[in-house]
Write a protein that binds this ligand. Structure first.
Ligand code: DGY
Length: 342
């Protein structure tokens, strides 16, 4: 008992000792309680501007920091780590995805990289399911039709006919947290759920009554194909022309994961040539998507500005986790959602 007490006191002293000397930089404004948690322990500086910082400004602002909270739009590579200097010990991603951070480089330099898992999966699954409904029932086009004053003839037998979602087939690519929560929602609509994942998930299969199939079979059978894999060298352009050709002409592709999983040029051709019925996207190869991208001109697309996790509650929980990852890292206590082994 006595020993434990001494250990705790030492750790606490160690933390208090380093804490207020350590500097944390946050590259974009994040909600409470993130900033308050950090300000309690560290010298905290946050970019309050609305824009992603340019490279030079980012280099300048990270100079000498011990920890960094970064966003998806920040490319955190060796140049940023060089600019920060040798004090940098932890890079905390304000996201679950971490493809914007050079993990290899960070690990080489013994810098921990952390993320915000768990807290955003339900919100992203909600948004994904809303995209399925919106795409199937033509909701965006119908809304515009009414608002632009085009609705002239009252109830009309063939106005905005869409596809049924209930009892249709949903194909989920990647059965992680978000994919699993989407499957749960789909079962509520009596959808048949099939999935493809690198590793088979027997327990979830029996719990949710869903079926594992090959990627090819999934594409052939699904009315809605939803992507939930992280971006890596295996998933880059995983969905290309050959995959679109396997899909039904009446099928929709939904993507709330990462844009680069789909070959966007091939998607544009598949939509133009009516190989598939439509696409509902929250993510793109380049973000923000350019106004000149043909996807923005098509009635068969629904395009959102990467808002999968964008609810007040979830963004606030993400801020709490991102801040606590730093506090716990230095404090050597509590959960640190570390991605790399250092
Ligand atoms: C993530 O966290 O990776 C999402 O894309 C944004 O919340």
């Amino acid at each position: 008992m006595h020993t434990i007490l001494i250990t705790v006191t030492r750790e606490t002293n160690y933390f208090m000792d380093i804490a207020h000397k350590n500097k944390v930089y946050i590259t974009r404004k994040i909600p409470e309680p993130g900033p308050s948690i950090l300000k309690k322990y560290f010298q905290t500086n946050m970019n309050l501007g609305v824009d992603v910082l340019g490279r030079e400004k980012l280099f300048e602002n990270v100079r000498g920091v011990d920890a960094l909270i970064c966003m998806l739009g920040d490319k955190i590579d060796s140049e940023v780590m060089d600019a920060a200097g040798p004090n940098l010990k932890v890079i905390s991603c304000y996201s679950v995805g971490h493809d914007h951070v050079d993990i290899y480089e960070a690990t080489k330099r013994k810098i921990a990289v952390t993320n915000t898992p768990n807290v955003l999966a339900n919100s992203t699954a909600d948004l994904t399911f809303s995209l399925i409904l919106t795409a199937a029932r033509n909701i965006v086009n119908a809304d515009r039709y009414v608002k632009y004053g085009n609705w002239k003839f009252g109830w009309t037998p063939d106005l905005f006919l869409g596809y049924d979602v209930y009892e249709s087939t949903l194909g989920i690519i990647g059965l992680g947290e978000i994919g699993t929560l989407l499957a749960k929602r789909a079962r509520g609509f009596d959808m048949e759920v099939i999935y493809y994942s690198k590793t088979r998930k027997h327990k979830i299969e029996s719990e949710l009554d869903i079926t594992y199939v090959s990627l090819e079979e999934l594409l052939q059978r699904s009315d809605f194909v939803s992507i939930h894999v992280s971006l890596n060298k295996d998933s880059f352009h995983m969905i290309d022309e050959s995959k679109f050709k396997l899909m039904k002409k009446t099928a929709f592709i939904i993507n709330t994961s990462r844009g680069k999983v789909i070959n966007e040029q091939h998607l544009i051709s598949a939509l133009k040539d009516k190989v598939i019925a439509g696409a509902a996207l929250d993510v793109y190869e380049i973000e923000p998507i350019s106004k000149s991208n043909p996807l923005t001109q098509m009635s068969q697309t629904i395009l959102l500005p990467h808002i999968g996790s964008a609810t007040f509650g979830t963004r606030s929980k993400m801020a709490e986790v991102a801040a606590n990852n730093i506090v716990n890292f230095f404090n050597r206590k509590g959960i640190v959602h570390k991605i790399n082994k250092i």
